[in-house]
Write a protein that binds this ligand. Structure first.
Ligand code: COA
Length: 690
């Protein structure tokens, strides 16, 4: 017996309890006593059946991710599952919470699985750039069929207990005390007598596999993998379960796992897993929180409406404020329609829609915000307008209410300084559409009170956002780096690269779309307006806007869009315009390769990230990665810009930046001190030492 595994005997039914908080991961200090306990129980004649259960909030939620990439200490999970399958008496996994990854694979080693009605079961390894390496790809299809297993393993999405029951993965679902139910279930099965067939020897699910349909679906999934190796390996492993004998398929699964776990993509995805959890941690963990019962949102446009929905979806009543009844009704109408779309897609029930809508209270009177504990303004991006709103809030908000701005660029210290309670002011920078996008930049202003900050960090988690705390600067972390990424776009065009060539370099890198496709989607007029406000110009983009080419919404931008089409085609007119503008400047077009495009866009992106770290606008390099992966589509297989800098080689990045700095004299290419230090030490950690 150990602290992590204990055994009790309930009149002949052994209960093995795993207790390894917080999520009962299968660490070495669990595996070793678990194996010993199972061997002893197998040989114990007084035991008629074995139940494996877990203490705490969940069944085993997976292998211990911190052990990946290190030498495997025996017994590994595969050995435990293989041993489980040699036990002749019935074995039952009692699943509550989440049986994920190695947890589900452990359960698949048992003859039977019973689950609490609220349990979830899945194999999410693909999200860590892996495939299930403990027999999951070979055993799951034997129970649920190859196509269902393919979908579960390639998506990594868990399924609920009822669905698992229907699919044959779970043998019984219970409400109430699960262990008692599981013990009764095991006793009854043992009484009826065996033999009990291990999953290894079952092939109920595989009997009617239509391999052609399977291959068609796998090919479709591979197309959508966008350069990620894991989804393709997952599909291959499930296919092996159909076409190869069990042991050969298991060996092939192992070989694929070993390859993936040592690869950069999985390292990157594991880095992101921990980075997201780290980003949500503030120093001084026990800072008291303010009570948030009702949220106010000012502005019912696209941004405000989305923010209001994000809070309502998280269970908060929301007071939505607009300047006129007409604007308010328009905003509420849009919210209603957005929920209706979710209903029509089947992701929300009619009842849930009604419930969500009942959370909203519309108003045109600032006095109604007095009952709110957090108020987020999402009005026009203009300092004078924002200050006016905050002045009104200062007059009506209750003492201690948190006052947040959703500004993307403006100086929050200036906003905070304009009212009598700067300690209550901070930034909540949502990304559009705010009810969908996971990222939330939480901006800590100079005088923001620690308890206000820790309250919103906690709140962000409750509404399902990935939160990153950042400091005040123009554009914060994300948009400031975006500007650095785009600083050479026009120059590249003028020197001879076409929008399609640049976008292709990006999509080949793994981005969902390139900068010009993104500009067309978001609307080119947004950047145009921003540039005008700041006295900046961009000769090509400005000219397109002057011609009314705002992107997809006008059917023309950098690309041409056939009526209603989302994918654009290259437009000879735009290419001619670029050549004309280049000629006016005496620039002779030349062929520009993908490598140069990456150097002149993504190296400045990394460089700006290093400057942001130097200035302590972000606390950790990994926080920047979380921002870019969750808010801007940086490819997860590369781990975010700062992680990727390590893969690419910081020394190379510095060398090329210096080259481009010499050639262009532009500041974006001037290597940051921290980047140079990274080139020497191989780590961003130095950031913490000064
Ligand atoms: N190995 C090691 N640590 C793990 C872990 C694992 N498989 N799963 C979670 N943790 C750690 C987290 O890092 C976190 O640590 P921290 O508190 O020091 O930051 C802690 O457990 C709690 O996890 P968190 O994700 O914050 O809790 P949650 O309640 O929101 O979610 C899970 C719980 C299990 C759903 C979620 O942690 C998860 O999806 N885990 C990964 C499951 C997985 O991929 N398993 C397959 C691996 S084979």
């Amino acid at each position: 017996m150990s602290n992590s595994v204990s055994v009790a005997n309930d009149s002949g039914v052994a209960i093995v309890t795993i207790d390894n908080p917080p999520v009962n991961a299968l660490s070495f200090h669990v595996r070793e006593p678990l194996m010993q306990a199972l061997v002893a129980l197998r040989d114990d004649a007084s035991v008629a059946a074995i139940v494996i259960a877990c203490a705490g909030r969940t069944f085993v939620a997976g292998a211990d991710i911190t052990e990946f990439g290190k030498p495997v200490l025996q017994p590994d999970l595969r050995a435990i599952v293989a041993m489980l399958e040699t036990i002749a008496k019935p074995t039952v996994a009692a699943i509550h919470g989440t049986a994920l990854g190695g947890g589900l694979e452990l359960a698949l080693g048992c003859h039977f699985r019973v689950a609490d009605a609220g349990a979830k079961l899945g194999l999410p390894e693909v999200k860590l750039g892996l495939l299930p390496g403990g027999g999951g790809t070979v055993r799951l299809p034997r129970l649920v069929g190859a196509v269902k297993a393919l979908r579960m393993i390639v998506s990594g999405a868990p399924i609920g207990a009822a669905e698992a029951h229907g699919a044959g993965l779970v043998d019984a679902v219970f409400e109430g005390d699960l262990v008692t139910h599981a013990v009764n279930f095991a006793r009854e099965i043992a009484r009826k007598g065996g033999p009990f067939t291990p999953v290894h020897d079952r092939n109920d699910g595989l009997k009617e596999t239509d391999l052609a349909a399977f291959d068609a679906e796998a090919a479709d999934l591979a197309r959508r993998a966008r350069g990620l190796e894991a989804p393709i390996a997952c599909a291959q492993a499930v296919r092996n379960a159909v076409t190869l004998p069990f042991d050969e398929a298991l060996a092939a699964e192992r070989a694929l796992f070993v390859k993936l776990v040592a690869g950069d993509q999985s390292r990157a995805q594991r880095h992101l897993f921990f980075a997201e959890r780290e980003a949500a941690k503030l120093p001084g963990k026990d800072t008291p929180k303010r009570r948030i019962a009702r949220v106010g949102v000012i502005g019912a446009g696209t941004m405000g409406g989305g923010i209001a929905m994000a809070f309502a979806n998280g269970g908060f009543p929301v007071t939505l404020l607009e300047t006129s009844e007409e604007a308010l009704q328009r905003g509420l109408g849009t919210i209603d329609r957005n929920y209706a779309v979710s209903v029509s897609r089947g992701s929300l029930t009619e009842e849930a829609k009604r419930q969500r809508l009942s959370q909203f209270k519309g108003s045109t009177d600032y006095a109604d915000l007095a009952e709110c504990d957090l108020i987020v303004e999402a009005v026009f991006e203009d300092m004078a307008v924002k200050k006016e709103v905050f002045g009104k809030l200062d007059a009506v908000a209750r003492p201690g209410a948190i006052l947040a701005t959703n500004t993307s660029y403006l100086d929050i210290n200036e906003i905070a300084g304009s009212i009598s309670r700067p300690q209550d002011v901070l930034g909540l920078h949502f990304f559009s559409p705010a009810n969908v996008m996971k990222l939330l930049e939480i901006v800590r202003a100079g005088k923001t009170a620690p308890d206000a900050l820790s309250t919103v960090v906690d709140l962000a988690r409750r509404i399902g956002k990935v939160a990153v705390v950042v400091g005040v600067c123009h554009g914060f972390v994300g948009n400031r780096m975006l500007a650095a990424r785009g600083s050479e776009s026009e120059a590249l065009l003028l020197e001879g690269a076409t929008p399609s060539e640049i976008d292709k370099a990006f999509t080949d890198f793994g981005w969902p779309m390139g900068p010009f496709q993104m500009g067309d989607l978001a609307g080119l007029d947004i950047g145009w307006r921003n540039r005008k406000a700041r006295g900046l110009t961009a000769v090509i983009a400005d000219t397109l806007c002057e011609q009314g080419r705002f992107g997809q919404k006008t059917g023309r931008g950098f690309y041409l869009y056939e009526a209603g089409a989302r994918a654009g085609v290259a437009d000879p007119e735009v290419e001619a315009l670029i050549r004309d503008k280049a000629a006016e400047r005496g620039i002779e077009p030349r062929a520009i390769c993908a490598e140069e495009i990456i150097e002149r866009t993504l190296y400045p992106l990394v460089n700006e990230g290093a400057k942001i770290l130097e200035e302590k606008i972000a606390a950790r390099a990994s926080d920047i990665d979380v921002v870019w992966v969750n808010g801007y589509g940086f490819p997860i297989g590369k781990g975010g810009p700062m992680f990727w800098a390590g893969l690419e080689g910081a020394a190379r990045i510095v060398e090329r930046l210096e080259y481009w700095h010499q050639r262009t004299g532009k500041d974006v290419f001037k290597p940051a001190l921290l980047l140079k230090r990274m080139a020497e030490t191989g780590s961003w950690e130095a950031e913490a030492t000064d």
